[in-house]
Design a protein around this ligand. Structure first.
Ligand code: 9D3
Length: 245
């Protein structure tokens, strides 16, 4: 599908020591088309370009001791401010700076939806043990995690969040995809199982109902499958009376 031409561009920035990791990951797939068509724009800034010493140092040893290294405030804050000013100037909107970190609140579809309706997002991806806390006070608005597991750095988390938000930007997806997006988001339910040809794969047949041509019956079967799977695998998604708030 071609761009509608009316939608404003959505701007993303990533501050990262590995910009090629981010550009490579977002260079394929349906979201990549959004970037190629100009619906989405990605700017990358490497703190190393803002290092002032001969060795382009971006990290240092932790005060108080301990293992690993900490990202220094100077180069990282300079990189964030560079992106912030560029994206604010280009869009005319306020910029939100997100530090992706295991200490943040958990990312979810509701947050993706909120972010898809506001101005530019700049993601700060950490490496090493983390960032100097004063970076938080200087430039960070929100701290967000992907979940309770350990990654080697923030880039993959930032990529996941950009992907999730980009899918919600009008025109990035075709109509079929947008519809299924709505059904997950609105009902908060897991998907029903899917089947395609052949009708028999290694002796396993496609459920008869899907071959019946009875669309009302198919819709009921799918809704029931989604309900059963959600109940079995993710009962937390099915709001009981106590979950109302
Ligand atoms: C082994 C290092 N850990 C010591 C307790 C701390 C730690 C530092 C840096 C753990 C992970 C990371 C890098 N992770 C991220 O930057 C990150 C992340 C993640 O690891 N899991 C889920 N969401 C995110 S968002 C950013």
């Amino acid at each position: 599908m071609v761009s509608e031409g009316e939608e404003p561009v959505r701007h993303f920035g990533v501050v990262t020591l590995f910009p090629e990791l981010v550009s490579t990951a977002l260079g394929s797939g349906v979201v990549a088309r959004g970037f190629k068509e100009g619906l989405l724009q990605l700017d990358l800034e490497n703190p190393r370009e803002h290092a002032t010493d001969r060795h382009r140092t971006v990290d240092d040893r932790p005060f108080g001791g301990g293992p690993g290294m900490v990202m220094s405030p100077g180069p990282t804050v300079a990189a964030v401010r560079t992106l912030k000013e560029r994206l604010a100037g280009r869009s005319g909107e306020p910029v939100t700076v997100v530090y992706v970190s295991p200490q943040g609140r958990r990312f979810d579809q509701a947050l993706a939806r909120r972010w898809s309706q506001q101005g530019p997002l700049v993601f700060l991806a950490g490496r090493y043990e983390g960032i100097d806390e004063r970076i938080m006070d200087a430039v960070v608005d929100e701290e967000v995690s992907l979940g309770d597991f350990v990654l080697s750095g923030g880039e993959i988390a930032a990529i996941a969040m950009i992907d999730a938000v980009s899918r919600l930007v009008p025109g990035v997806l075709g109509h079929a995809d947008s519809a299924s997006e709505d059904s997950f988001g609105a009902s908060g339910m897991l998907d029903h199982p899917h089947y395609t040809r052949p009708e028999d794969f290694e002796g396993c047949r496609v459920p008869e109902v899907l071959l019946s041509g009875d669309h009302a019956r198919i819709a009921r079967w799918r809704a029931q499958q989604a309900q059963e799977r959600t109940q079995a695998r993710r009962p937390d998604l099915i709001a009981g009376p106590d979950d109302a708030c």
